[in-house]
Design a protein around this ligand. Structure first.
Ligand code: KG4
Ligand code: ZN
Length: 336
């Protein structure tokens, strides 16, 4: 029998203070997430200074709880994995410093993890990977198509040129006076609305796997303004359904085309927008037709958490990747 590998993961890149312990990269032993959403809601978005302050206040408690819940002793924990970027630099620094302090105090190896690698590896807590695989990452800060030929090997084949998908959701939601974060609210309205407004789809140049959502966002904002000026009544549900249809159609179509071109064995979805019911349904239909296995994490693993960081950190640890105690937060870290 081979020895278990237990990795403690720390995530503080945005507005969730999270610590988790994962066994062998596939099994959640403990998973604690303290969300700050309520503190940011009244500002309509994440306020970096407030985020940092909350992380400082929460990190020790969250850490202690995750270790206690794991029922493991420090001897049984093999390494500390932490999100080193991308994200809000002041927020990242809290996690990075906590991880460095722990690694030093407990004499454990330190492993820096890319936040998006974490989102991808959230799926491995559900099912093992089959390579080559294609990952669609859709979150508040990212929209990317990543080809993976092996563990820890990431090739970005497409990315957003402007707004991320989640960002577009949040901005449109704001126009409709919906609370932050707006994605789930638009999703809920879209389910009962009719997609009867023709919004644009940004396909970009022939063959491109890049995305662009700022034109769509502007088209929605203009439509709402013009309707208001003319005294026309637009149903919020229909605006939501039409906007969502445009986003979902582009995401599904480009993911499907890339999956076929690269002949992948599996497609996985990651990031907060992976919680979107319209996107889930559309991807499920598309990939069932071509018989390519599709993996979408359960809702609690779609949004930011530390189990995903520990899962991605396990692979990095197994591959011998180590960070030194001068590890720094990197707000614009590239995935490679
Ligand atoms: O991955 P995540 O928790 O944080 C980032 O790393 O960005 O993603 C948050 C984003 C927000 O923009 C939020 O509005 C969006 O995910 N989101 C959704 C849904 N649930 C969360 N967007 C569309 N539909 C949803 N059901
Ligand atoms: Zn995220």
């Amino acid at each position: 029998m081979t020895k278990d590998i237990n990795i403690l993961g720390i995530e503080t890149s945005c507005d969730e203070t999270a610590v988790a312990v994962v066994r062998n990269g596939t099994e959640i032993v403990s998973n604690v997430v303290a969300s700050q959403i309520d503190s940011h809601k009244r500002f309509g978005g994440v306020v970096p200074e407030i985020a940092s302050r909350h992380h400082v206040e929460q990190i020790t408690m969250v850490l202690e709880e995750a270790v206690r819940d794991s029922q493991l002793s420090w001897d049984e924990i093999d390494a500390i994995a932490v999100t080193e970027g991308p994200g809000l630099v002041g927020a990242l620094l809290i996690g990075v410093n906590a991880a460095k302090a722990l690694a030093f105090a407990k004499q454990k190896p330190l492993v820096g993890v890319h936040h998006i690698a974490g989102h991808i590896y959230a799926n491995r807590l559900e099912e093992d990977f089959q390579f080559p695989l294609l990952a669609l990452i859709v979150s508040g800060g990212h929209t990317e198509l990543v080809l993976m030929k092996d563990h820890g090997n990431y090739e970005v084949i497409g990315e957003t040129r402007d707004d991320a998908a989640g960002e577009a959701y949040d901005k449109v939601a704001r126009m409709l006076n919906l609370p932050y974060p707006g994605g789930p609210h638009i999703d809920r309205l879209a389910a009962v609305g009719e997609a009867n407004i023709a919004f644009p789809r940004a396909w970009l140049e022939e063959g491109s796997y890049d995305f662009s959502f700022s034109g769509l966002k502007s088209a929605v904002i203009n439509k709402i303004h013009n309707a208001k000026q003319r005294g026309e009544v637009l149903k919020d549900e229909d605006v939501a359904a039409s906007f969502q249809e445009s986003v979902v159609e582009v995401l599904t179509s480009k993911t499907l085309r890339a999956a076929k071109q690269y002949q992948v064995k599996q497609v996985i979805v990651a990031g907060g927008v992976a919680a979107n019911k319209g996107l889930r349904a559309s991807l499920e239909t598309a990939f069932k037709q071509v018989d390519i296995p599709l993996l979408i994490p359960p809702l609690h693993l779609c949004t930011d958490n530390a189990a995903m960081i520990a899962a991605a950190g396990t692979i990095a640890y197994e591959q011998g990747r180590r960070s030194s105690l001068d590890l720094n937060a990197n707000a614009s870290l590239l995935l490679k």
